[in-house]
Design a protein around this ligand. Structure first.
Ligand SMILES: [Zn+2]
Ligand SMILES: [Zn+2]
Length: 334
């Protein structure tokens, strides 16, 4: 590139960012003014409590896997229902509604999504959305909570096993989050988070198969409980790890997030990550609507039923212009 081309490219990028900032009312727009501190990185401090809890959870999930053949068909169906509900609590709830404000949800829908979010047990909505906005704003830097340049393991689960980098804490504190503080459902869930997790992530998934169709307590405890919880956690973490490392970059080759179909499948529509980081305010997190995207189908259904409204979308013209300007040439039209 000549110097003029470089400047035009840079100006174009700034313009897009300004346009995105105008469309997005939340603090999720990439901030290219942040610079990592020079010199040696602070030492990694292990959080043993979390390491032990994560290890116990995964051992319990493995035991659930051993018990899987002895589960009844009803219990397996119930496990799938619990998986879907808890996934929606993260994807349609903490992510697309509360982190990005990509659509508006009525009070009953917000209550459902908050309950579903407690079933997913991935930190309360307020904390999840704060960390996620910091992730978008400072992606792939020291201030990104699950900075994927530190490798797959760190971006996947390691970030929960060590103390946060000081810049993550500092940048998180600087976000206003006034929309989250003003949402009574979010703050209610935060106040009663532990109790809601005990009831929704563990007690309800176990109680239903045991009480209604006489499933054994151990299968009810380890299959729809621990196994479903651990699989759901890993599916979500793949968005931070795999979808930041493997896949195409049809929309913006200057950023790390990628289009990853396996992640799209496991995280019910959240694998179109190059698109999502390019246009974080789009409610579908993908150019292709409901395709491999159950969360978008869910939000569409909620809009149809009058429980949600104002889903934000990027126009075809803007997408095409962006693909031509910053894409790597791997764009497909469907
Ligand atoms: Zn990401
Ligand atoms: Zn996001």
């Amino acid at each position: 590139m000549t110097e003029t081309e470089t400047r035009t490219h840079h100006d174009g990028k700034q313009q897009i960012r300004r346009a995105v900032a105008e469309t997005s009312s939340v603090e999720d727009v990439f901030d290219d003014t942040y610079k990592e501190q020079e010199g040696p990185k602070p030492p990694t401090m292990l959080v043993w409590r979390n390491i032990i809890l994560m290890s116990v959870l995964h051992v319990a999930a493995l035991y659930g896997l051993v018990l899987l053949p002895s589960a009844s068909v009803s219990t397996l169906a119930w496990t799938a229902v619990c998986y879907l509900i808890s996934a929606l609590g993260v994807t349609a709830g903490a992510h697309r509604l509360w982190s990005h404000r990509s659509y508006k949800a009525s009070f009953p829908l917000r209550v459902f999504l908050a309950l579903a979010n407690s079933m997913a047990f991935q930190n309360d909505i307020y904390e999840w959305a704060r960390d996620h906005r910091v992730h978008h704003k400072y992606s792939e830097t020291d201030a990104d909570p699950h900075n994927a340049t530190r490798g797959f393991f760190f971006a996947h689960i390691g970030w929960l096993m060590v103390r946060k980098h000081p810049d993550v804490i500092e940048k998180g504190k600087k976000l206003e989050l006034s929309d989250l503080k003003a949402d009574k459902v979010v703050m209610f869930q935060r106040r009663h988070y532990k109790l809601s997790v005990v009831i929704l992530c563990f007690a309800v998934p176990m109680f239903v198969p045991w009480y209604f169709w006489g499933e054994s307590l151990s299968v009810a405890y380890f299959v729809p409980g621990f196994l479903r919880y651990a699989v759901m956690l890993n599916a979500t973490w793949l968005v931070n790890s795999a979808a930041h490392i493997w896949g195409n970059r049809p929309y913006d080759k200057t950023i790390n997030p990628r289009e990853n179909l396996i992640v799209a499948l496991s995280a019910i529509g959240e694998g179109f990550h190059n698109y999502h980081h390019t246009f974080p305010f789009d409610y579908a997190t993908s150019e292709f609507g409901c395709k491999l995207n159950l969360t978008t189908a869910f939000i569409d259904t909620m809009c149809f039923l009058g429980l949600a409204k104002d889903p934000k979308r990027v126009s075809k013209e803007v997408i095409t212009a962006r693909v031509q300007r910053t894409g790597e040439g791997s764009h497909k039209s469907g």
